[in-house]
Design a protein around this ligand. Structure first.
Ligand SMILES: NC(=O)c1ccc[n+]([C@@H]2O[C@H](COP(=O)([O-])OP(=O)(O)OC[C@H]3O[C@@H](n4cnc5c(N)ncnc54)[C@H](OP(=O)(O)O)[C@@H]3O)[C@@H](O)[C@H]2O)c1
Length: 286
């Protein structure tokens, strides 16, 4: 029987390539997209891949209410089409943003999209994942997390906002989340993914001229989207990765993350902070 995967950020870059590779691996895909026209274009582009279904749910991840509504809409489709069960969740959506922006809840936008929404979507998907015999969650972190610090006086990078600092800090939180999740939630394997530098439009979307120009120049040094995504499909499906729960993986290999991510007190404190930001917890999974 086909596995079922939910993929966020499914309309461009790494997420879109994952949609293609999953369909080709006969995995049914539900993509989360914020733009219905882009979703329709992806559906059209991949319509000749046979043997697996592609559906899209339209939703945004920029604040708590929208992320929760996106998760609930995903669950409604999962219940309707796949008996309430999925096997794989790939948290791919992410942003890098010039200038300080606060969302509806008063959280910094990069922190909200890259960290809080992953906590929300993963929590809402958990009952569906728990129905699988081999559930796996992938979270796309980044090499930049090695250069980030844990600063409890500026958790959301609000003070002295800097585009790269906000981004790398959110990617550090991805690794903390993966490691803490692996300690708290038995029976669901989770992995932090370092895709390396990849040639996508990530830094061209919410950036001013200078950041845009630098990103555009730098991205040409990156790999194409199929390089990291082939490993990601392996991580989501191959038996070898069952023993790597909570690991940080680059090119399919487990490597040490930033040593600070081994600090359990930081991880617990960030988890509690995230619970308070989202109003959600992982205490009782039904
Ligand atoms: N490219 C790299 O070198 C690199 C390196 C390390 C990590 N990463 C990570 O890889 C992930 C994918 O990035 P990418 O490089 O593939 O860039 P990308 O093509 O810009 O993909 C980002 C995806 O996230 C979606 N997204 C952004 N904000 C959203 C929101 N508020 N609500 C819902 N969806 C939203 C985008 O939707 P649209 O299609 O509508 O724009 C897009 O599909 C990100 O988490 C990024 O941090 C990338």
């Amino acid at each position: 029987m086909n596995q079922v995967a939910v993929i966020t950020g499914a309309t461009s870059g790494i997420g879109k390539a994952l949609v293609e590779l999953c369909l080709k691996a006969q995995i049914h895909v539900i993509g989360l997209a914020r733009d219905s026209e882009k979703a329709n274009n992806v559906k059209r582009e991949y319509r000749d891949i046979s043997g697996a279904n592609l559906d899209f749910v339209i939703g945004d991840l920029k604040d708590n209410a929208k992320a929760k509504a996106s998760g609930e809409a995903l669950m409604a489709l999962i219940r309707q089409k796949y008996d309430g069960k999925i096997d794989i969740l790939m948290n791919v959506a992410g942003t890098v943003t010039s200038g300080f922006h606060e969302n509806e809840d008063g959280h910094e936008l990069t922190f909200a999209v890259n960290h809080l929404s992953i906590f929300i979507i993963t929590r809402i998907m958990l009952p569906a994942l728990k129905k699988s015999s081999d559930p796996r969650v992938l979270v796309v972190s980044s090499l930049s997390h090695y250069r980030a610090k844990m600063n409890w006086n500026n958790v959301e990078s609000k003070k002295g906002y800097n585009i790269l600092k906000a981004y790398k800090t959110s990617k550090l939180y991805n690794v903390f989340f993966v490691k803490e999740f692996s300690r708290r939630i038995p029976g669901v394997n989770i992995y932090a993914i370092d895709p390396g530098l990849v040639n996508t439009e990530l830094g061209l979307k919410n950036t001013t001229w200078l950041a845009y120009t630098i990103w555009n120049w730098r991205r040409n040094k990156g790999t194409d989207v199929y390089y990291p995504t082939r490993f990601m499909v392996d991580i989501a499906t191959q038996d070898a990765y069952k023993t790597m729960n909570g690991h940080y993986l680059k090119a399919g290999k487990s490597i040490p993350a930033n040593p600070i991510t081994e600090d359990i007190q930081h991880a617990k404190k960030l988890w509690a902070y995230t619970e308070s930001c989202t109003g959600m917890n992982y205490d009782h999974i039904d």
